[in-house]
Design a protein around this ligand. Structure first.
Ligand code: GDP
Length: 454
């Protein structure tokens, strides 16, 4: 019956309108009550119409941009652009290549990232203004209508500090402060309905740079303490300084120590971020001998200019030596490409989700601690202090004469004060008969009379 319908009708202005066969087949015009299309009936009526070209309220009413509303699939909602925030903290000893690594991770051929280098930053300066060590990049995911705002927080190296616990304290305090900032934003009376519209200061993940060749006890200690607050991605830098054999055995050695630290003061394994297996596969880093971190990376501030200016341009950092070139994004030389795929693409949602879950636990604890603090104050004020007072009285006894004198003194003081209050207004206010009798002045007179009652 519908075989003779043209696939796409054309209205009298020559515009294409919805396939009449679709209308006839699915009869969806009737879904639109009150719409001109709701008058369009099924096949038989269409057949009776003499000509499609001239017809029609259907063809006139149905604009091509509306036709998807009546197709075989239900319409999809229009997505609104939303922002998602990721904050990656980079921690490690000074001179390990943190800044070079971050630049290599985030730069593109057209845009070399200006990374704030924390190497020479004093801890006091960092405490005062951590933002001065923060680099931000953002990009749009058109499919998902998401704007990713990616922040990299560099930190001063801890190696120069004789007392490493001070460095640990600075770092963990920073992470806690960011959580508190978010909590305050949540509890603020001026907060927006949708928290996702607000800039999120919380730390998602920490790239922890490990020196090549030797993992020191102090590195494990810092990793352990930091891991109590945020999951780590351990990265061994300067992989080009190790031979293939050294690199493989060192990777295994570090992996073992991360899961079984065995140093005094470290009670448990290091909190390393667990990427999903699928995610690692998508990032192309599953087939290593040790598939989970640590990652072994080479980074460089020098790039291959030929590739950078080629068509298409490719960002290719490399380190040239007399005996050869170590390439940061060559998977045979370094895990940097896999790490970039993970941290900028494949694991973004995972990392973001884990932060939200972790924060919920933190929030519960923080609110419980605040509630317990209030309870403790209450108990102190209403139970413990009165109990101690009673105990004291019970021990020393009560001198009834002393109490009587105290009460009588206080009563006298109160009585005198009341009398003074009563006499004061009369002295200040003019006598009632001196006041002019004008009607407008009646209010003040009433006021004076009121005072006079005392
Ligand atoms: P930061 O103090 O941790 O930020 O370290 P920098 O990024 O400033 O790097 C310190 C030095 O290490 C610089 O001379 C870098 O060129 C060098 N460096 C960085 N990455 C690598 C690497 O993968 N291999 C080698 N051999 N040197 C590197």
């Amino acid at each position: 019956m519908t075989g003779d319908l043209p696939n796409m009708a054309v209205d009298q202005h020559g515009k294409q309108v919805m396939s009449l066969r679709d209308v006839a087949l699915h009869g969806q015009g009737s879904l639109l009550t009150g719409h001109p299309m709701s008058n369009v009936d099924q096949g038989p009526k269409l057949e009776r119409r003499p000509s499609f070209g001239s017809m029609s309220c259907a063809s006139r009413a149905l604009h091509p941009s509306d036709s998807y509303l009546l197709g075989p699939r239900r319409p999809r909602p229009h997505k609104i652009w939303k922002k998602k925030y990721i904050k990656v903290m980079v921690v490690g000893d000074s001179g390990l290549g943190k800044t070079t690594l971050v630049r290599a991770l985030l730069s593109t051929p057209g845009e070399r990232l200006q990374v704030h280098d924390g190497t020479y930053t004093s801890k006091e300066q960092w405490l005062k203004d951590p933002e001065s060590l923060c680099s931000t990049v953002s990009w749009r995911d058109e499919d998902d209508r998401t704007i990713w705002v990616y922040k990299i927080q560099d930190t001063p190296g801890y190696g120069d500090d004789l007392d490493v616990s001070r460095s640990i304290n600075l770092l963990t305090t920073y992470i806690e402060e960011q959580n508190h900032k978010w909590l305050d934003m949540e509890q603020s009376s001026e907060r927006k309905d949708d928290m996702s519209e607000m800039e999120d200061p919380r730390v998602d993940i920490c790239i922890f740079t490990i020196p090549p060749h030797r993992l020191r006890a102090v590195d494990i200690k810092v990793m352990f303490e930091l891991g109590q607050h945020v999951p780590l991605v351990p990265v061994i830098t300067k992989a080009d300084t190790m031979t293939i054999r050294e690199a493989n055995s060192y990777r295994n050695d570090v992996a073992t120590k991360l899961s079984n630290p065995m140093i005094p003061g470290v009670r448990d394994k290091i909190n390393v971020f667990k990427f999903e297996r699928d995610t690692l596969e998508r990032a192309g880093i599953i087939d290593h001998a040790t598939p989970t971190p640590p990652f072994l990376v080479v980074a460089s501030n020098d790039i291959n200019e030929d590739l950078n200016t080629g068509d298409p341009p490719v960002y290719w950092p490399e380190r040239r030596y007399p005996w050869g070139t170590a390439e940061a994004f060559n998977r045979e030389h370094s895990d940097l490409l896999g790490l970039r795929a993970l941290l900028l693409k494949e694991a973004l949602e995972e990392v973001n989700k884990t932060k939200r879950q972790r924060y919920e636990g933190w929030r519960r604890q923080a609110l419980n601690a605040a509630r317990n603090g209030r309870r403790l104050r209450h108990v102190l004020l209403w139970t413990i202090i009165p109990a101690l007072a009673c105990l004291h009285i019970g021990r020393t006894g009560v001198n009834i004469n002393q109490v009587r004198n105290q009460v009588s003194n206080t009563t006298t003081k109160v009585r005198r004060r009341v009398q003074r209050l009563r006499s004061q207004p009369q002295a200040v206010a003019p006598p009632a008969e001196v006041a002019p009798p004008a009607p407008k002045q009646q209010e003040p007179q009433k006021q004076k009379q009121k005072w006079g009652v005392f």
